[in-house]
Design a protein around this ligand. Sequence first.
Ligand SMILES: Nc1ncnc2c1ncn2[C@@H]1O[C@H](COP(=O)(O)OP(=O)(O)OP(=O)(O)O)[C@@H](O)[C@H]1O
Ligand SMILES: [Mg+2]
Length: 399
Amino acid sequence: MSKPENFLVSCDIGTTKICVLIGEQNANGSLDVIGKGSSANRGTRKGNIVNVDATIEAIKRAAEEAEIMAGVQIARAWVGVSGSNVRSFNSRGVVAVAGKDREITKEDVVRVIDAARGVQIPQDHEVIHVIPRDFAVDGQDGVADPVGMVGARLEADVHVVTAPVAVTQNIVTCANKAGIEVVQLVLEQFAAAEAVLTTDEKELGIGLVDIGGGTTEVAIYHRGSIAHTAVIPIGGDHFTNDLAVVLRAPITDAERLKKKFGSAMTSAVGEDEMVEVPMVGGRAPKLCPRTTLSEILQPRAEELLGLVREDLVRLGLEKEIRSGIVLTGGGAELEGIVEVAEGIFEGPVRRGVPAGVGGLVDVVSRPEWATATGLLLYGHRNKAGPSESEAAVPMPSTG
Ligand SMILES: Nc1ncnc2c1ncn2[C@@H]1O[C@H](COP(=O)(O)OP(=O)(O)OP(=O)(O)O)[C@@H](O)[C@H]1O
Ligand SMILES: [Mg+2]
């Protein structure tokens, strides 16, 4: 049995479900998935916890399932934070280099990042991430690591992510009451990016679009670092709702029909294909052409992806995403959505399936596991020391 410090745990509190993964660092230093649990969650709306008890129960169920599979007990986890109330912006800080010989030290870098984050943030918010994007020494920008360089003036461009204290406290409280200590809260886009984007894509410029149940989370990478993050309050559940309303079908049936027969590209659906649609109120089901489903889903897909594009155009970023777009999250599984996105972004689009882990790869190799897998990878790559990483302990022997 592995040492406790070799285990890592992630917890993704999504609008539709909670995902818990347990990873183990193997002898090569890379990460194997050894446990997975998921449970339906009704305690979250648009990424914000609205029912604490329901969320605690759902975390417990997912954690137990993962513990049984892995044969370890979860102690602490890397937990995702997202939602329509998360804010992010770019900021710049400037300091004078302290040392007599003007050689830039680690302390100068810490100071300049502090200066950049010292901007006004909303009073009820707390800072989740401060990510250095670029440094400049004496006005010369494009410096990736200024330590050891000589100069008088050091500047830093950083990306700051903040969330309302109430949102982060709810997450931490729910995790704690489910018996899990939070190692660190991580913005869900950053986590998903760890699992589905390549270094080359981030260098050349790429847009990550994570279509969840209640929200769609966007992250734009350019020159290897984060350039922009955003949340759009539309997700896959809105697609289901549209189907339910227009077809007058119960939500659960609309959800099933969407996954099995839905398409976001009407032109790709055969005109003579028919689908049986159950009716609300126990009325007799009716037969309806599959194209009717896609005629409802396509405008929703176009609206959602159009909003993502509008945001990029507003910020002048649409030309910077030379590697195109990666769609991930459960909503990215909708048939035809990649083709719709190609039309809207006029560039390459692919589905992002988690990569970079070993072990039970097949259990996480779907877009809806991108955030949970990415949280594990984020934890693995950013782990500070053993005290932060004793995420699970072997189960006490029962024999
Ligand atoms: N095969 C499929 N076809 C179409 N949609 C799908 C498919 N599989 C899952 N979805 C949709 O994906 C959505 C859930 O995605 P995901 O699990 O990534 O969301 P979440 O993380 O719970 O939510 P959020 O990120 O908004 O908090 C649901 O709306 C679901 O209907
Ligand atoms: Mg999600």
